[in-house]
Design a protein around this ligand. Structure first.
Ligand code: HEC
Length: 303
């Protein structure tokens, strides 16, 4: 059984690789973290060994390699956890349960899979960013990409084509299309954070207009409920609170208009940058009128 698991995990097949990674993350890494990190990771390297990286395990500690992929019998790590040698027992304070030893044996037997990203040496470049952070999609220049040519029954536009291509790559089959009841609930939850009332649900389900969905989205975007939904995140960000909370509670009388303003602005689809600019403006404005004072209270009371 172990032999067949070994050959499939070592195969280049994507499914097997994903399964090996999942096994590592679910079964193996937690054992290393819980049982070995205390003495063998970034802060301490007893015996010169770190176990938080496959590279360290392969190069090993003071007495040589701790792990040979595919060969548990030649791996010092396995010798140590089996407690076979009286002078070399890991973890020193007590033998691991047999099930955990079996997990480590199987992992090494099947090739000691370790996620690529974590196995790469992390190099910090100018400005303190790693190459991985620099490659994040958000920081890439905008470019025109030709939509992939995929044939799929549900595909209606170019964005769908990108999604469909990923589904093919990951061997996923799409879920069935939502019916009108499901659709109207989803759109209300997405935009207002609440389900539609029965009347709102019926109105959409029975609307014969071919643009009924577009109309509904426009209507929900224009609603104050939409503003409240997004203002909630903004208010969390600035730590808005109408009281001190807990045991020294005091009510902040003048703070509520800040919440209302945030909600109204979100409805007007004001970008967060303008909310944040106006916040710092009012925070910095010098004293004077009652109005300015109130503004400062709104702005700073959230912080
Ligand atoms: C409480 C501390 C402690 C914990 C926990 C611990 N070790 Fe160790 N380990 C040591 C010490 C100390 C040495 C060096 C002295 C020795 O060989 O006994 C060592 C040495 C080793 C070596 C030999 C390194 C070399 O090249 O000399 C291996 C392999 C090893 N440990 C594996 C493990 C594994 C795997 C775990 C987790 C299952 C683990 N250790 C947990 C303290 C610890």
């Amino acid at each position: 059984m172990i032999a067949s698991a070994a050959s499939s995990a070592l195969a280049v097949d994507g499914d097997a690789q994903r399964a090996a990674m999942a096994y590592f993350e679910k079964e193996v890494r937690p054992i290393l973290v819980k049982r070995c990190f205390e003495c063998h990771s970034d802060t301490k390297q007893k015996g010169g060994l770190r176990v938080d990286h496959i590279g360290y395990l392969k190069s090993g500690g003071d007495t040589g390699p701790a792990l040979v992929p595919g060969k548990p019998e030649e791996s010092a790590l396995i010798e140590a956890v089996r407690y076979a040698n009286e002078d070399f027992q890991m973890p020193p304070k007590g033998k691991l349960p047999d099930a955990e030893i079996a997990v480590l044996e199987r992992w090494i037997q099947t090739g000691a899979a370790w996620p690529e990203d974590a196995a790469k040496k992390i190099v910090v470049t100018e400005g303190g960013f790693t190459a991985e952070q620099r490659n994040y999609w958000f920081f890439q220049p905008v470019k025109i990409a030709a939509p992939p040519q995929v044939e799929s029954a549900w595909v209606r536009n170019d964005i769908d084509r990108f999604v469909a291509q990923k589904q093919v790559e990951l061997k996923l089959s799409p879920a069935p299309e939502a019916d009108r009841h499901e659709l109207v609930r989803r759109v209300y939850f997405d935009l207002h954070g609440l389900p539609p009332t029965i009347a709102q649900l019926d109105a959409f389900v029975q609307d014969q207009d071919p643009l009924a969905y577009e109309k509904l989205v426009d209507e929900l975007l224009a609603s104050p409920r939409y503003g409240e939904r997004w203002a909630q995140h903004w208010l969390d960000l600035v730590r808005y609170a109408e009281s001190d909370g807990y045991n020294q509670d005091a009510y902040r009388q003048h703070v509520w208009p800040y919440g209302t303003t945030s909600s109204n602005r979100s409805t007007m689809t004001s970008p967060t940058t303008s909310l944040s600019a106006s916040r710092s403006r009012v925070t910095r404005s010098p004293g004077g009128s009652e109005r300015a004072h109130r503004h400062r209270v709104f702005a700073s009371s959230g912080l």
